[in-house]
Design a protein around this ligand. Structure first.
Ligand code: PNS
Length: 164
């Protein structure tokens, strides 16, 4: 059984992430979506919220699990017996940091491969940060994130915007 890991901050999950995870699930026996729980970062959504959104929107895929991870990704992958890390690549701008991470991960554990999937064209511009900024300034994120995330963003950022 080949296990793949789709890691990320997912703050919050976007339709671009979902596209990559769904395509990964069609190739590998099992996919672990690994939500980074980083105590030094201040995400908009807690790790529990980020995991909940992912679990809800991926519930139709029986071979996908959503978990938290901390520390080095390669150590986590090894602990789960996963041989493959799958990342989405959007544009040239992603390449440099992804290349750096993939090579560092390879150096730390040569048995784990990182593979990249091109994002679907319609999501190539999309990022969690852009979506948060859009909502903060009153824009509508429908079509960029799943409906339950639209509501959660509006609830959290709408309140901040109005200073409540
Ligand atoms: O969604 P993101 O923020 O682009 O995801 C980045 C993530 C979580 C994949 C990356 O930051 C990560 O793997 N962090 C864990 C620490 C680690 O192993 N870093 C890479 C080698 S130094």
């Amino acid at each position: 059984m080949t296990i793949a890991i789709c890691p990320g901050s997912f703050d919050p999950v976007t339709n671009g992430h979902l596209d990559i995870i769904e395509r990964t699930a069609a190739i590998f026996d099992k996919v672990i979506v690994a939500v980074l729980e980083n105590p030094s970062k201040e995400p908009l959504f807690s790790a529990a919220e980020r995991r909940y959104f992912l679990q809800k929107v991926l519930a139709h895929l029986p071979n996908v699990e959503v978990e938290y991870f901390q520390g080095l990704l390669v150590n986590y992958a090894k602990s789960k017996d996963a041989k493959v890390i799958v990342k989405g690549l959007r544009a040239i701008s992603d390449f440099e940091s992804e290349f750096q991470m993939a090579l560092t991960n390879k150096k730390m554990n040569p048995e784990i491969e990182t593979i990249f999937m091109m994002t679907a064209n319609e999501y190539s511009f999309l990022s969690s940060s852009m979506v948060k900024e859009l909502v903060y300034f009153g824009g509508n994120p429908e079509g960029f994130v799943p409906p339950l995330v639209v509501a959660a963003l509006e609830e959290k950022l709408g309140r901040r915007r109005s200073g409540k």
